[in-house]
Design a protein around this ligand. Structure first.
Ligand code: BGC
Length: 354
């Protein structure tokens, strides 16, 4: 159809409504940079949206274009700017709230105070899972041209770049010479958190349940240790724990378990609805007597995307490539939204535009 693009859309709040639609060409209002989509990464958030458990459509619309992890190529950009046709770009997910709060006002939308932010492909704003999209240049981050096969990993990397930045800022409250890092969960977030930990020269141990598939080898090839048991002992020694599963029992298992002055960063978004009993007094005692910090971390601002682009640029391309375990043609997008046993990061391939 002339004047239209293919887009993966859902009716937010309703399961089983995802479909490949024809929608009008992206509106000029979205920005002067026109981008052709090459790939869209799929994560737990997308699965929740497609299940009808998360996500909202843009104001006045019924359907939401999904896709917040993206890689695209610039087709058109204003002359004299930082972007030119042919550049590889990744779109930032969050937009500041319209008030704006103190953080959104200075570009720290990842720390929005009033919850009125929007997120492309997730909440109140169409995403990137369409043949073409438009964007304002300040929300498009350039990636090295030889990252064309793996640049779609930038968005999840930005999430861990922010987590690491905050860990380091918290660490500066006193003299702090961390050396041991524990990561729970060897999904994309856990593995990318491990990559950034290794790039900082730390001894990293990654815990996961599976004993086969690609995860143990991916961890090993980072020079990190892969373990399926012994979490309690490893935590007792850890300066930093990054919890990347959101599994409530695991969150409780690592809470207050770091070495003295330890930092526990929580990155997993749990679904809730499950009650567990804890000895709150004991946990409090461990946190206080250990000067421990527990904090949550979500999303990323432009500074973190740039740090992430740097981290990917320094990483081994073939290791990054192994994180992408399936490339599903856009016509079969539904298959990318279903977990396969050996999945790390499935992506939806838009590169063969008809
Ligand atoms: C995205 C973040 C987003 C969060 C909450 C995650 O999957 O990577 O950018 O802020 O979901 O919506």
């Amino acid at each position: 159809m002339m004047g239209s693009v293919r887009a993966i859309t859902v009716l937010p709040g309703q399961a089983g409504t995802a479909r490949l639609d024809d929608i009008p060409e992206p509106p000029l209002d979205d920005g002067p940079v026109l981008v052709e989509t090459l790939a869209i990464g799929v994560c737990g958030t997308d699965v929740e949206i497609v299940r009808g458990d998360y996500g909202t459509a843009p104001p006045g619309a019924e359907r939401l274009v999904i896709g917040h992890e993206s890689l695209g190529r610039v087709l058109d950009a204003p002359a004299g700017g930082d972007l030119a046709p042919g550049d590889l770009v990744v779109g930032i997910v969050r937009r500041p709230d319209p008030v704006p709060c103190g953080n959104c006002a200075v570009g720290e939308w990842d720390m929005c105070r009033n919850g009125k932010y929007t997120e492309r492909g997730i909440g109140g704003r169409d995403g990137y899972a369409s043949d073409r999209y438009r964007i304002r240049p300040e929300y498009a981050v350039k990636v090295a041209s030889d990252l064309d096969q793996v640049g779609v990993l930038l968005e999840p990397t930005s999430v861990v770049a922010k987590a690491w930045e905050h860990i380091e800022r918290i660490g500066r409250r006193a003299t702090w010479q961390p050396s041991k890092v524990v990561i729970t969960g060897a999904g994309p977030i856990g593995l990318l958190a491990a990559l950034l930990g290794r790039q900082r020269g730390f001894a990293v141990t990654v815990f996961d349940q599976v004993t086969d598939g690609p995860k143990p080898g991916l961890v090993h090839d980072l020079g990190a240790t892969y373990r399926t048991d012994g979490l309690d002992d490893a935590c007792a020694d850890a300066d930093v724990i990054i919890e990347c599963t959101g599994v409530s029992s695991l969150v409780l298992e690592v809470l207050g378990r770091t070495a003295p002055d330890g930092i526990l960063c929580l990155t997993g978004v749990s679904s809730g609805g499950r009650s567990l009993t804890i000895d709150a007094g004991l946990v409090n005692r461990e946190l206080v007597l250990g000067n421990d910090v527990v904090f949550g971390s979500v999303n990323a601002n432009r500074r973190h995307y740039e740090a992430a682009a740097d981290a990917l640029d320094r990483a081994d391309r073939s290791w990054l490539g192994r994180l992408i375990t399936r490339r599903v043609p856009v016509e079969q997008f539904a298959d990318a939204l279903v977990r396969h046993p050996d999945d790390v990061k499935p992506i939806i391939d838009f590169s063969k535009t008809p």
